[in-house]
Design a protein around this ligand. Structure first.
Ligand code: SAH
Length: 462
């Protein structure tokens, strides 16, 4: 197998196989993961096992990688899925090495010896939605006129004729024609370099999507969908893959079309998550890495650039990276009580996972001394309970016990609470990991509007 397809990696069941490149313990999980990341799968096993394993994931034939089964004695090669990604050609190639006939059942493929829906690398079908009727007409006996040059079409068994009612047109990608193709015309865009690359090889690249990979790092806002920017929403809806911490993916689950693949990950392994998102994008997929709030504030955007700088994999060079801003927790908190961040302010995370408490306490002290309003992120967690008390102690050395403090929990989510207190009243019971805390500067004021409304604001002059 590896002689015929040198890029193939062999996986074998642990304790049952000796010569595999890698071993796995759980067949279903392993196969499903390959499928979801668009990796071609060749199973040396019964077709039924692959079918049952992948059945729950079959939602979008445009995104299926090739999946095929080979009988363990090499007597049968059965393409199962991924007709649009070249599974039949892969089956032919393997079958010719094994000297058997591939079990190809796709009508268009058998009759025309080509798949119009999955052109070779470098050709892009502009109007796939018209292809179904086009193919039905072809199968019903219509002839096709070819405009432009393409060996893969000339060498096929398509009924090509200058009088054809149907048309296939090859257009240069750089020559932007705006006219929309009619339904009896399939249009392929081709890049010039394809003239030399046209021969199909079954390196990994053949199966990868032909479009440039994209990675959008988005912030969905604190929680509520009406706090999400239209740009983020659009990027989420157009993606092929979402990557993120489960809680954040759940917050936007309502927007997920079934064909979009979710890749959940643990909150702690941010660099792994960033790397995985880049790897997926390098395969040509449209990946969205989801953070809450703003992606550049204690979130995934820095993690991506950190891995990009440190690992600098060559396949990442062409990825189109975009960062889409979101409303950060401190902004939503400030807005809910007025304008406490209306003058100079800073943000400090109280988490000592990525920096030492010494650095944190020094920053709090300097910010207090500089009379900045402060937003505390990550104030308390199950394992970190004493930091907030310490922070309060430091603040009280520089700021009045009467300083207004805003405690905003679960902003934009179920159970939102916003409380205004004085610094001397602050206790760790006021906060958890879903709370952002705003500490006023010496100028921050609590005011009354009529009898019932209270606001907190920091004046713009000093
Ligand atoms: N990127 C996020 C911050 C992530 S760090 C942003 O820009 O908002 C996680 C911390 O953000 C939490 O510990 C909490 O302090 C704050 N936070 C995030 N979402 C919040 C919400 N909906 N309500 C209150 N605080 C929130």
């Amino acid at each position: 197998m590896q002689i015929a397809l040198p890029e193939t990696v062999v996986y074998g069941l642990i304790d049952r196989t000796q010569s595999a490149d890698f071993s796995y313990a759980n067949f279903g999980e392993t196969v499903r993961e390959f499928f979801q990341t668009g990796t071609p799968i060749i199973g040396i096993c019964a077709a039924g096992i692959l079918i049952r394993t992948l059945a729950p994931l079959l939602t979008n034939k445009w995104q299926e990688p090739p999946v095929l089964a080979i009988a363990e004695d090499g007597s049968a090669v059965v393409p199962l899925l991924g007709g649009l990604q070249g599974v039949n050609d892969l089956a032919r190639q393997i079958a010719s090495v094994l000297q058997v006939f591939p079990a190809i059942t796709t009508t268009g493929d058998i009759r025309f010896k080509t798949t119009l829906l999955s052109p070779p690398l470098g050709y892009q079908l502009v109007n796939p939605d018209d292809a179904k009727k086009f193919l039905a007409d072809l199968l019903a006996g219509e002839k096709v006129k070819l405009i432009g040059e393409a060996d893969w079409l000339k060498n096929s068994h398509l009924p090509i004729s200058a009088e054809g009612k149907l048309t296939i047109e090859i257009r240069d990608k750089n020559n932007l024609e705006l006219a929309k193709p009619s339904t009896d015309c399939l249009v392929y865009l081709v890049e010039e370099r394809n003239q030399t690359e046209e021969k199909l090889g079954f390196s990994q690249g053949v199966f990868e999507s032909q479009s440039q990979g994209q990675l959008a790092i988005v912030g969905t806002g604190p929680g509520a969908i009406n706090w999400m920017s239209p740009e983020v929403r659009e990027v989420l809806e157009k993606a092929t893959d979402w990557v993120g911490y489960k809680t954040y993916l759940d917050l936007v689950e309502l927007l997920r079309k079934p064909e979009i693949i979710r890749h959940e990950s643990d909150n702690r392994v941010e660099l792994d998550r960033a790397e995985m998102a880049l790897d997926l994008a390098a395969k040509g997929r449209s990946v969205v890495l989801v953070s809450s709030g703003d992606p550049g504030i204690y979130a995934m955007a820095s993690a991506v650039f950190e891995v990009l700088e440190k690992k600098a994999k060559p396949e990442w060079e062409a990825i189109a990276i975009q960062v889409c801003p979101g409303i950060s927790a401190m902004q939503a908190a400030a807005a809910s009580v007025g304008a406490p961040l209306g003058h100079d302010f800073c943000a400090i995370s109280l988490s000592d996972i990525l920096k030492s408490w010494q650095v944190i306490s020094q920053r709090i002290e300097l910010a207090a001394q500089a009379d900045l309003a402060i937003a505390f992120y990550n104030p308390v967690s199950k394992e970190r309970t004493w930091q907030l008390e310490k922070a309060k102690e430091i603040l009280l050395q520089w700021r009045s016990p009467q300083t207004p403090v805003v405690l905003a929990r679960n902003l934009g989510r179920k159970g939102q609470t916003v409380t205004v207190k004085l610094l001397e009243q602050l206790t760790i019971e006021d906060a958890d990991m879903r709370t952002v805390i705003l500490i006023g500067s010496s100028k921050t004021r609590i005011i009354q509007q009529g009898k019932t409304n209270q606001w907190v604001y920091t004046p713009r002059h000093y």
